[in-house]
Design a protein around this ligand. Structure first.
Ligand code: AMP
Length: 370
């Protein structure tokens, strides 16, 4: 089968790579000169909003999917008249707007941080009055990796926060003093068969994911997250892989956001699970039931941000894999990751701390889980 993928970044590269053993041919649409996924399939170099290029991709594909979220929902909906588009454009529409996303969580009974919509400085003042400080103020649309959001700590910062993020429509939400962050990653087939990976523990710094570890061995949380995730996928009549990001507060989970796509926090599944999130996404969008999502051991992933240190290229260990996305170095840019899979959580954690120090030169405390 032929898969048309909008976007040819590292997620596209990993999808294309997973597609080969499944006998799937991936063709990408991306205007970048040397996108990572060029190593895994043909790239049509056109703008994402080029309607003719999108139609050409659809003509060459049996199914269309996407690897990033800033795709036009209207364009996807138009394509879906001629070819299946998965995940459904309606799911992307909800994920693109934090307000729609939060209202969906509320409708489904998924707990979330208290929030207010903010369309003026006066609204922000009211949000501070009713929710208290600190608040996280976020643009409703087009935020990623902590961009488009600010932490508002004091009343004095209200005007500056509004000046910096307004006049875009905003959301102000309570700052959650969470114990740690997790993602629940699941997959759903067109027939409604679902499977989910064990919870992944995520550590961010500066709004960017630094490290993930799985499985989180907390049966109560796993069951609760599974319930929220399945409810969300059912409500969206979802097809493909979906990642739900949650804050852990004691025994409770509060939803932060969901991504209607394969997710950075699921990269460990390439070596650490029986079926990777990339293979599972492709199985789902081609109408096949989900593959086994069980862990192969205790997995950890370290993102390589800004540069790929020479020490990462010198790694020679049978339980440790370097993924280099082939991107030009730039501050704050995700350039690659290292996955570790060990027999025990303690061994995995020890190796991740060692790699963080020797390879990424971050301290073990940098985004280290509690
Ligand atoms: P987001 O773009 O919403 O995924 O936010 C990026 C990161 O900022 C999250 O993974 C958290 O580490 C942090 N963050 C976002 N919202 C909140 C919140 N309401 N309370 C505390 N931390 C937050």
């Amino acid at each position: 089968m032929r898969i048309g993928i909008i976007g040819a970044g590292q997620l596209g590269l990993m999808l294309g790579t997973a597609g080969k053993p499944l006998g799937l041919r991936c063709r990408f649409l991306d205007p970048a000169a040397e996108p990572p996924a060029a190593a895994a399939g043909t790239v049509m170099r056109h703008a994402f909003d080029d309607d003719e290029a999108l139609r050409a991709l659809a003509r060459e594909s049996d199914v269309i999917t996407y690897e990033f979220e800033n795709v036009s929902v209207a364009a996807l909906a138009a394509l879906s008249d001629s070819v299946p588009v998965y995940p459904p454009p309606g799911a992307l529409e909800q994920a693109q707007d934090r307000l729609l996303e939060k209202r969906l969580f509320e409708r489904l009974g998924i707990p979330l941080p208290k929030y207010r919509t903010v369309d003026s400085q006066a609204d922000l003042e009211k949000a501070v009055e009713s929710l208290g400080l600190p608040l996280i103020v976020k643009t409703r649309r087009f935020g990623y990796d902590g961009k488009g959001q600010l932490l508002l700590r004091t009343d004095d910062g209200i005007a500056a926060t509004w000046r910096s993020l307004g006049p875009h429509p905003l959301i102000a939400e309570q700052y959650v003093a969470f114990d740690y962050e997790v993602s629940a990653i699941g997959v759903r087939s067109p027939e409604g068969l679902t499977a989910s990976y064990p919870l992944t523990h995520n550590a961010h710094a500066g709004g960017i994911l630094r490290r993930s570890r799985a499985p989180v061995i907390e049966p109560g949380l796993d069951a609760l997250a599974g319930e929220y995730l399945t409810g969300l996928m059912e409500a969206l009549d979802y097809v493909g892989v979906l990642a739900l990001e949650l804050f852990v507060v004691g025994e409770r989970l509060l939803a932060n956001e969901f991504a209607p796509r394969v997710h950075n926090s699921g990269h460990w599944t390439i070596e650490g699970a029986e079926t990777s999130q990339f293979a599972n996404h492709l199985l789902a969008v081609t109408g096949q039931p989900p593959g086994n999502t069980a862990c192969r051991g205790h997995a950890g992933m370290l993102n390589l941000i800004g540069c790929i240190p020479a020490a990462a290229r010198d790694l020679h260990h049978e339980d440790c894999w370097l993924h280099d996305y082939g991107k030009a170095p730039r501050a704050g840019r995700k350039l690659g990751h290292i996955t570790v899979v060990r027999d025990s959580a303690a061994e995995r954690d020890r190796m991740m701390d060692e790699l963080a120090e020797t390879v990424t030169q971050s301290t073990p405390a940098d985004g280290h889980p509690p």
